[in-house]
Design a protein around this ligand. Structure first.
Ligand code: ADP
Length: 255
């Protein structure tokens, strides 16, 4: 019998309490290398808090997070974050820095310089023209800015990509295109990806595995196929019902 490979990421009875709120209330699960996991659930269910315990933007009250076999609390913060790409909704590009400077900021903060040609390569990865490197963030569209955010997250060649509502502020067409691009990059670069979204349709279309959160707990852990087949319980099925009803109504209209 061969042993299964060690998980890339592991949450062990993780809890985060804010005064009276249990934002994360006992989560234990493992994520394998190269999985694309979506974390879905209603607003306030604990998705962001759980995600942020991985790159230590949030420290758990109790429990541990292990990344590549090591307790994240035992790793120097810079070394940990160097191995983890992070993309979030508000993007957080520095407005007074050019696109290329924004992309290079992570390596620069740890005293490294990106190799010659790396900026152009990163822009190409996210389907942006290399001439955009010299622009300021306010000279870009929202979709272009978010692509720069993805390029920046990939600059350090991370093993793990964390995304917190990355496409939430984008129009539906841009959102769809960028979602597909990120899924393709996930394959091309051999990434492990964890994406927070409140949109079950997006989760079903992009992820290999969907975790449903409710009141700080993971109440379903299923493949998109199983969820569409009725698995995961009441809360998960309540979320699946939304895109399904929309698809049915559209099909009806098209008749
Ligand atoms: P989600 O990402 O699913 O919308 P969050 O993880 O942001 O949920 O929040 C989970 C719960 O924890 C919510 O009730 C939220 O109000 C609370 N919470 C999150 N961050 C803080 C904080 N810094 N201080 C106090 N309460 C917080």
């Amino acid at each position: 019998m061969t042993d299964a490979p060690a998980p890339l990421l592991e949450f062990c009875d993780l809890r985060k309490t804010y005064e009276t709120t249990a934002a994360v209330d006992g989560v234990s699960l493992a994520i394998a290398q190269r999985e694309f996991v979506a974390l879905v659930g209603a607003s306030g269910s604990g998705k962001s808090t759980l995600l942020k315990t991985v790159n230590r933007l949030v420290d758990p009250t109790t429990g541990t997070v292990r990344f590549e076999g090591e307790n994240v609390e035992s790793l120097p913060l810079a070394a940990l974050r160097r191995r983890i790409g992070y993309v979030f909704q508000s993007i957080g590009l520095f407005p007074h820095m050019r696109v290329d400077e924004n992309i290079a900021i992570g390596p620069r903060l740890v005293g490294e310089k990106l190799a010659e040609g790396r900026i152009a390569e990163l822009l190409e990865l996210v389907d942006l023209d290399s001439t955009l490197a010299a622009r300021m963030p306010d000279e870009l569209s929202g979709g272009q800015r978010q692509r720069v955010g993805v390029a920046r997250a990939l600059a350090n060649e991370p093993h793990l990509l964390l995304m917190d509502e990355p496409f939430g502020a984008l129009d539906p067409i841009t959102r769809d295109a960028l979602g597909e691009r990120v899924r393709a990059l996930h394959e091309e670069l051999g990434l492990t990806t964890v994406m927070v979204t409140h949109d079950m349709a997006e989760a079903l279309l992009l992820a290999d595995r969907v975790l449903v959160m409710h009141a700080g707990r993971v109440v379903a852990d299923e493949t998109p196929h199983a969820l569409l087949d009725g698995a995961g319980g009441e809360i998960a099925q309540g979320l699946v019902a939304v895109p399904r009803a929309q698809a049915d109504r559209l099909a009806e209209l098209a008749r």
